[in-house]
Unconditional design. Structure first.
Length: 322
């Protein structure tokens, strides 16, 4: 794709500095760029939406959308949906550069859990690294099922394979950084979760002593929104600190409720998905977005070991049919 030949200064100046950070290897190594396009081509075949309509829900800057459009199994139209206005504006600029109109790739601002599309609008839906963050997975999956046509395919890929032992330490480090700080470099947050909760609690209960506010911020890990507010407002200061934490996961954004890298068992997730409006779902062989010969060879070996490769492969791929 011609876009990957642009200079770093052009990308960071005319588009978005985060775009270069996310896709650095594609802009700096044409082999990796070709490998990425091969990966998109493979995904397009899995989605099986040639000449149909495909939704990329949570598309970010839309790079995968343009990869789908360039594949030999290209959908008639790819809709890239993301809640970030900045990412959608950048996607629109990329579409202009590639001279791709809305009939080919259409950037769309929106929430994947409240899809503003008619029932049975798409032949396929693709999501990458979204399921491990959404605040309500059941609603998320049901919305995807709703907009899919009967027989349509849902392809999910996520790098939070909970069976991957090699990724456990890095995931824990990221959890603790987002909860207590210092924040990782690649983040849009101004404060860690704990400090955000403290600010929220201080605003709701300004008469509480500072030490009580600090204790509540510490003990309410994973709580968010009304759940957090109700628990805090029901808290009664006393000689002994008593607070009931009802969170289902320790690392959630206190305002949006988004999960921070929730780890899935891919076998269990594949069994759960049909309950949300799909006829079947399968944990399928992984594929790799690389053009480096040694990495491709390693990827082929890992893929051949499927499903045992779940313990060494960070990403998981699940294919469901409505």
């Amino acid at each position: 794709m011609e876009f990957f030949s642009l200079d770093r200064k052009v990308i960071t100046g005319d588009y978005d500095s985060w775009l270069y950070s996310y896709y650095r290897k594609l802009f700096s190594d044409q082999r990796e760029a070709r490998g990425f396009l091969d990966w998109c081509n493979h995904l397009a075949h899995l989605c099986s939406a040639k000449d149909g309509d495909l939704l990329d829900a949570g598309c970010g800057f839309g790079i995968t959308c343009f990869g789908f459009a360039a594949s030999d199994c290209a959908p008639r139209r790819v809709v890239g949906l993301d809640p970030s206005e900045g990412k959608i504006r950048t996607m629109e600029k990329i579409a202009d550069f590639l001279n791709v109109g809305d009939d080919g790739v259409k950037p769309s601002l929106g929430d994947a859990m409240a899809l503003e599309f008619d029932d049975e609008s798409f032949d396929a839906v693709f999501v990458k690294d979204v399921a491990s963050h959404v605040r309500d997975r059941e609603l998320f999956f049901r919305e995807i099922s709703r907009v899919l046509k009967p027989g349509g395919r849902f392809l999910l890929t996520d790098e939070n394979n909970g069976l991957n032992l090699m990724g456990l330490s890095s995931r824990r480090k990221l959890w603790h950084q987002n909860e207590a700080g210092p924040l990782p470099d690649a983040t849009w947050m101004a404060k860690p979760y704990r400090d955000q909760r403290r600010d929220m609690i201080a605003g709701w209960c300004p008469d509480l002593p500072e030490e009580s506010i600090d204790e509540l911020a510490d003990e309410s890990k994973g709580m968010w929104g009304d759940e957090l507010k109700n628990a805090v407002e029901n808290y009664k200061p006393g000689d002994v600190f008593v607070f009931v934490n009802t969170a289902d996961f320790d690392y959630r954004h206190p305002v949006s409720g988004e999960y921070m890298e929730y780890p899935f068992n891919p076998f269990i997730l594949a069994k759960e998905i049909p309950a949300y409006g799909f006829s079947k779902a399968s944990y399928i062989r992984p594929c790799f977005a690389t053009g480096h010969p040694l990495k491709k060879a390693a990827g082929s070996i890992i893929s051949a070991l499927h499903p045992l490769s779940a313990i060494i492969q960070p990403s998981m791929y699940i294919l469901a049919v409505k």
